[in-house]
Design a protein around this ligand. Structure first.
Ligand code: GTP
Ligand code: MG
Length: 212
C-alpha cells in the first residue's frame, strides 16, 4: 500500500460512523444504496474489536468475552460512503444444529442477495490459522461467488516468525480459491497494527460510480 492509499483510508475513516441496524433476517436488511463490505469469522476471532479499531471508537461494535454474543448482522454507515456489515460469528462450540442451520441460511442469503457487497473480509486468528470451520466458510463463499480477502487478527499474540509462517501458509491455501484476494493482512486491535493498511484496502472499495 502506497502513501496515497493510506491517506485515502485515513480520510475515509475520519468520517462519522453510525450504527444503522441489526438484522436477524433478510427482511431487516438496510437499503442497499452504498458500496458494502462485510466482516466474517469464527466466533471470538475479534470482528467487533477490529471494527472498533478501524473506526477509532471504543464501543461501536459490541465486544465481549462471551463467544457467540453477536447473533445478527450489524450494519454501520461510514460517512455515507461505505456500509460496514459485521456478520454473526460461526464455529461456536455450543451452538445447536438448528442454530448452525439458521446461521448458514441467513449468511448465504445475505451473501447471494446483496448486490452492493464488494468484498468479504474473512478474519482468522493469527495463532490458529485456518480451522476446519473456516474451510467450510471458504466453500460457502466460493458457492456464493463472493470476493473475499483474509485478515489475521490478534497478531500481537504471535511471535514475528510464527506470524510470517502463518501468512505464507494462509496465502498458499487461498491460492486454491479463485475468489480469494491473494494479499493477506495481519492486524492487532490491541496494538493497532495493520489498521491503517486495512483502512486503505477498504478505501479502494468505496467508489459509488461502479455501483449500478
Ligand atoms: P463474536 O461477536 O462473539 O463472534 O466475537 P468477535 O469476533 O466480535 O470478537 P470480539 O471482538 O468480541 O473479541 C473477542 C475477544 O478477543 C475479546 O476478549 C477481545 O478483547 C479479544 N481480542 C480481540 N482482538 C484482539 C487483538 O487484536 N489482540 C488481543 N490480544 N485480543 C483481542
Ligand atoms: Mg462480535
Amino acid at each position: 500500500m502506497d502513501e496515497d492509499a493510506i491517506e485515502r483510508g485515513r480520510l475515509l475513516f475520519a468520517r462519522e460512523c453510525r450504527f444503522v441496524t441489526g438484522a436477524a433476517g433478510l427482511d431487516d436488511l438496510p437499503a442497499a444504496d452504498l458500496p458494502e463490505v462485510a466482516f466474517a469469522g469464527r466466533s471470538n476471532v475479534g470482528k467487533s474489536s477490529l471494527l472498533n479499531a478501524l473506526t477509532g471508537r471504543k464501543n461501536l461494535a459490541r465486544t465481549s468475552n462471551t463467544p457467540g454474543r453477536t447473533r445478527q448482522l450489524n450494519f454501520f454507515d461510514l460517512g455515507g460512503e461505505l456500509m460496514l456489515a459485521d456478520l454473526p460469528g460461526y464455529g461456536y462450540a455450543r451452538a445447536s444444529r438448528s442454530e448452525v442451520r439458521s446461521w448458514t441460511r441467513l449468511t448465504m442469503d445475505y451473501l447471494r442477495g446483496r448486490p452492493t457487497l464488494r468484498r468479504v473480509f474473512l478474519l482468522i486468528d493469527a495463532r490458529h490459522g485456518l480451522m476446519p470451520t473456516d474451510n467450510e466458510i471458504l466453500d460457502l463463499f466460493d458457492n456464493a461467488a463472493v470476493a473475499y480477502q483474509a485478515v489475521l487478527t490478534k497478531a500481537d499474540k504471535t511471535k514475528p516468525a510464527e506470524l510470517s509462517d502463518r501468512l505464507t501458509e494462509i496465502a498458499r491455501s487461498l491460492a486454491k480459491h479463485p475468489a480469494a484476494h491473494p494479499e493477506v493482512i495481519a492486524t492487532s486491535a490491541v496494538r493497532k497494527t495493520g489498521i491503517a493498511e486495512l483502512r486503505a484496502w477498504l478505501a479502494t472499495l468505496d467508489d459509488t460510480e461502479s455501483l449500478s
